[in-house]
Design a protein around this ligand. Structure first.
Ligand code: ATP
Ligand code: MG
Ligand code: MG
Length: 429
């Protein structure tokens, strides 16, 4: 992808916008762009620099994203604690073409990395609550005030708003900005850091090999690791990646959303609106609380991924009302006229609160309360789903966590106790 029309190759110390921004390290990448930590000489803060691929369709997508981000930034300043802020944008000419660049405020790790860091055990419910409140406040702003559908809500597109964000306090965070390209040390050269990293990687691989063998022998090494302790981590976050966002009166694509977070009305092509984001929100909340995706559909012999997805939804949420099942442009492909799936006949029903108890070991009360919050948002009928604003009123979000905390502090013996800075380092590795 590093060719004409594709990504722009960046080296540490490269400067952008006439020397204002200096590339520090790669933060991530997507289908459209690479994202770099950069130092802003003008404000003396760190920023995230999103450098789009250069081909016309990517440039057009970037212009759309800039338009959306500008509308977000000017709509209501008090809501900027919940959505990413666009700081600046400019064009950058390179060997692969002209690249549109977005300068965004620098945020922390994604919720997906948080879930991984927690070893896919699910976060404590009080933490899930805090994150849910942030996402819902963001959605209320996007839907209610701006008329925007995000269209790709998922843990990867929600970033933690770390309290030790170096952009807010570069000195205390111990980071010193690189102000020019290090001589004789192009990206990836031999530095102490790199050697250390390689040694650590080698050690980690060796450990992994040993425990794999133990697992296969059914030995003691097979004991699963406990979840890590995330005490003291501020669980505030912001919604990012507005590349697929659209205004409600001009939907851009028929098929939106990442597979696992896709709403039934999108699969069946009934037409979609804000409630499609609410569906993805519920899938995200479930994943935060359990560590596993709510739906992981797979195509099989005689049925497609879409059909498996619809079957999984009905196994968990009950039969889809005939009215919805038969009303989409694709309904006839999957459902008969009675609203039964044509090719997957036998469904194994398992209600959400039973699943939470049986598979994820929730207490009966926790399961009942969490399912009571999620189930209305997972209504097959998009018009019946509560809005983000209505969800914010739900008692589950405003519960007292006292009892949960008492229980958890007992079981935290044996958990790894990492300090905040330690956690940050591990998350970044
Ligand atoms: P996609 O294929 O998901 O549409 P994309 O090219 O539009 O990708 P983004 O999803 O916006 O790119 O960003 C890619 C990655 O860069 C993110 O997953 C995240 O890890 C990192 N990133 C993006 N924005 C920021 C930010 N403001 N602060 C820190 N990291 C960020
Ligand atoms: Mg993304
Ligand atoms: Mg994108």
């Amino acid at each position: 992808s590093y060719r004409k029309g594709g990504y722009h190759a960046v080296r540490i110390g490269d400067s952008f916008a006439g020397g204002r921004y200096i590339a520090q390290k790669k933060l991530g990448w997507g289908q459209f762009s690479t994202v770099w930590l950069a130092y802003d000489n003008q404000s003396s803060e760190y920023v995230a620099l999103k450098i789009q691929k250069s081909a016309p369709q990517f440039a057009e997508a970037a212009l759309h994203e800039i338009e959306v981000l500008s509308a977000i930034a000017t709509g209501d300043p008090s809501k900027m604690n919940y959505v990413v802020r666009l700081v600046d944008h400019f064009k950058h000419a390179g060997p692969n073409g002209q690249h549109l660049c977005m300068v965004l405020e620098f945020l922390g790790d994604s919720l997906l990395r948080l879930i991984k860091y927690n070893r896919y055990k699910g976060l404590e419910l009080n933490k899930v609550r805090e994150i849910c409140k942030c996402i819902l406040t963001a959605l209320d702003y996007l839907h209610g005030k701006l008329g925007l559908i995000h269209s790709d809500l998922k843990p990867e597109n929600i970033l933690l708003n770390s309290t030790i964000n170096p952009s807010k306090d570069p000195i205390r965070s111990g980071l010193t900005p690189i102000l020019e390209r290090p001589e004789g040390n192009p990206n990836g050269g031999v530095t102490i850091n790199n050697i250390e990293k390689k040694l650590k990687q080698r050690a980690r691989r060796a450990v992994a090999r040993i425990s794999e063998r133990r697992v296969s022998m059914g030995g003691v090494g097979a004991v699963p690791k406990p979840a890590r302790c995330l005490d003291g981590i501020d669980m505030r976050c912001k919604v990012v990646d507005f590349g697929n966002a659209c205004w409600v009166d001009s939907p851009i694509a028929e098929e939106i959303q990442t597979r696992q977070y896709r709403a039934p009305e999108v699969i069946l092509q009934v037409g979609y609106s804000f409630p499609a984001d609410m569906w993805s929100f519920a899938c995200t909340a479930f994943e935060l609380a359990t560590g596993e995706m709510m739906f992981t559909p797979k195509g099989g012999q005689g049925f497609s991924e879409d059909e498996d997805h619809l079957a999984l939804m009905m196994e968990l949420l009950g039969k889809m009302p005939r009215k919805i099942a038969t009303s989409g442009a694709r309904s006839k492909d999957y459902f008969d006229r009675y609203g039964d799936l044509k090719r997957i006949r036998r469904l194994k029903y398992w209600s959400l609160d039973r699943l939470l108890v049986d598979k994820y070991k929730f207490s009966d009360t926790d399961a009942r309360e969490f399912a009571d919050f999620l189930c209305p948002i997972l209504d097959f009928d998009p018009e019946k789903r509560p809005t983000a604003q209505q969800c914010l009123q739900h008692p589950w979000l405003n519960m007292d966590n006292q009892t949960h905390e008492e229980v958890n502090s007992e079981s935290s013996v044996g958990k790894m106790n990492v300090g905040m800075s330690n956690l940050k380092i591990q998350l970044r590795n």
